[in-house]
Design a protein around this ligand. Sequence first.
Ligand code: OSB
Ligand code: MG
Length: 370
Amino acid sequence: MRIERIELRHVKLVLVSPFVTSMGTEYDEEHIIVKVDAEGVTGWGESVAEGTPFYSYETVPTAWHILTDFLMPSVLGKDLQSVDEAIAGYAKVRGHMMAKAGLEAALWDAFAKSKGISLSQMLGGTRKKIDVGVSIGIQESVPALIKKVEGYLAEGYKRIKIKIAPGLDMQFIEALRKKFPDLMLQVDANSAYTLKDIDLFKKMDHYGLSLIEQPLGYEDIYDHSKMQRELKTPICLDESIHSLDDTRAAIELDSCRIINIKPGRVGGYTESKLIHDYCASMNIPVWHGGMLESGIGRAGNIALASLPNFTLPGDISASKRYYKVDIVDPEFVVNPDGTMDVPTRPGIGVEVNMRMLDNVTVRSVAQKIW
Ligand code: OSB
Ligand code: MG
């Protein structure tokens, strides 16, 4: 498949409500949409580098630079036989996983479309529906949080994750557990604590949490192993895992017992699959994280989450939970039983709404072979 043209769009989507975490407050989400044209098919991908370097060192401008100066030139004009061949072409670029994952996603979509199969099928998915949950930002009060949770449970979501930060933790956990004794509940600290907070986490052990996500340093594996040793609740790593090698280190050191897979954080679906398969072989469950994607990235996330070892509900929610209007058609909806349908049409399985995409595009650039 000859890669004829690659286009990037810096997009800015306004969130329906601000998303508050230990990293700060987000009012809108900036990402890069990648479009690849190759022999009559168009592939779409989304790079989840954000406007700020608070979750990851990558930002939209760093990903833009790596994509336009290194990744796009390495595949443009090539007659690729596989996604692996593209990856080999830019393997010497270190880091910049979100930049790589955006291009890789567009190539996966193009290859799946050229074969006339869904992305789920191409990735090895085995499920027609996936279980989904919702990730709730820090709320201004306990009653406000309870109201939000009630709303999401009424929509069908199977699992609730709340963000926590020092001083904004136990009161929310206690209140939710009291009000919803059987709720599948987990917390995400986004690296806001240190080992000195171990007693607080030992307290959390009594609230039946499914997991505690990334309590300690954003690159740490060692301190998490010390913390996991003291806890019954499984730790789940997000920020610290960038590759299969990181995953092996974390599992072998018992730094966590569950892994959050985000293709953007690990360089794409190819590395995600390696992590998925390794975790399956080690009896470590995985679940699909989220980066407040538009429908383009969300479609790919759902396809990946249809693989068999994604046994816990993902941070994959309906389009309307994030954005007033999504940039894909149809938008993603949650079923009353807390599942989402895996698209079955070729590639990502949804159409890009070009009028909406134009509305949210801040700037664009294209490289082509003629
Ligand atoms: O830590 O999982 C996280 C969003 C942006 C950056 C980091 C995270 C998140 C979320 C949102 O939790 C998950 C979603 O997309 O619904
Ligand atoms: Mg997280």
